[in-house]
Design a protein around this ligand. Structure first.
Ligand code: FES
Ligand code: FE2
Length: 335
């Protein structure tokens, strides 16, 4: 049900641009090849700084920066020793699950070090040549597994083309594009508002636009797979936007299709589809997202009670579905 009109007309001066907390879910951190064995690096994502490191056995850790001992920053002077990170100040060592593994002096280490991890870390996995971290503000273990994406798992597909774009808005605002069918006609210049079917299932959102032309699957807040098919040829866009701060996100994407001989008709169709997704296709002035969506995202304010009409997509349902990705205690009246 759409909200009543009087709620929709909230004075914009009272609206926060991005009233959302950091969402719960799996998020892309970096490509695996960018973190070498023994490397320690500081990354800013999910509204805070983290220390990322790769142990000598290859395992990746992602921890809070501040040492539980006396608060030194592990990412400034910290070193990898075995699979642990060693603080530069007094050489305490921590593993990728946050357990204290060594205190190289003193007879009695604090008993808590034997009972539980004392350094906050995120569960990390490597998949598709990428590092992914599970974020939950309360430290709750992963609530779902990431799906399989054949395009990133089989050698029948081209090595993906990558793209990244900073955006001044929250991840939910970007993701809402996927259900805002009307803007495809007006902002993107599609000839018509596409016919669409959709369903929500647990942490998944599935949509089919124009009878198989664009089939999308969103898995949690941090991963969307979109497949464009024309003349029986499919090209795929995998999107894994990173929440950076409450008002900043980094869109990251991989584009690929099956391997076809260079210059073959199949290759032409597939390449055109990728160019279309990137906004690079000849003769298409506002194709893709980059030239047009940013104008809106970078400047808009979020309206928790929007003034919707019957031609709008399932925006209210999408927002209700997205709420599962916000932690307890969130002020849902604002989102
Ligand atoms: S502050 Fe890290 S070991 Fe002392
Ligand atoms: Fe868009």
């Amino acid at each position: 049900m759409n909200a009543p009109a009087e709620d929709a007309l909230v004075d914009p001066r009272q609206l926060e641009r991005c009233p959302f907390p950091m969402p719960i879910g799996w998020f892309y951190v970096d490509h695996s090849e960018n973190l070498k064995v023994g490397e320690v690096r500081n990354v800013f994502i999910l509204d805070q700084e983290w220390v990322l490191f790769r142990g000598e056995g290859g395992k990746v850790g992602m921890s809070d920066p501040y040492c539980p001992h006396l608060g030194a920053h592990l990412g400034h002077g910290g070193k990898v020793v075995g699979d642990n990170i060693r603080c530069t100040f007094h050489h305490w060592q921590f593993d990728s699950a946050g357990w204290c593994r060594d205190v190289p002096y003193g007879e009695r280490t604090p008993p808590i070090t034997k009972i539980k991890p004392i350094l906050r870390t995120l569960p990390v996995i490597e998949k598709w040549g990428m590092i992914w971290a599970w974020y939950h503000p309360d430290g709750t273990a992963p609530l779902w597994e990431m799906p399989s994406i054949p395009e990133l798992e089989s050698d029948e597909y081209e090595k993906p083309r990558l793209g990244s774009w900073p955006v001044n808005t929250a991840i939910q605002e970007i993701a809402e594009n996927g259900v805002d069918f009307a803007h495809l006609r007006f902002l993107h210049g599609n000839p018509e508002i596409p016919h669409a079917e959709w369903r929500f299932e647990d942490h998944n959102y599935y949509a089919d636009m124009n009878h198989g032309y664009l089939v999308t699957h969103q898995s949690g807040p941090g991963l969307v797979v979109a497949r464009f098919t024309t003349q029986g040829i499919t090209s795929t866009m995998i999107s894994y936007t990173q929440p950076i701060t409450r008002e900043k996100s980094m869109m990251r994407m991989s584009f690929t299709h099956k391997k076809y001989a260079d210059g073959s008709p199949e290759h032409k169709v597939a390449k055109h589809l990728v160019d279309h997704m990137i906004g690079d296709a000849e003769g298409e002035q506002s194709a893709g997202f980059e030239s047009v969506d940013f104008v809106v995202w970078n400047h808009k304010k979020y309206r928790a009670k929007p003034l919707l009409c019957d031609g709008d997509g399932p925006i209210t349902q999408y927002r209700a579905w997205f709420r599962q990705f916000y932690p307890e205690g969130t002020d849902f009246s604002k989102i």
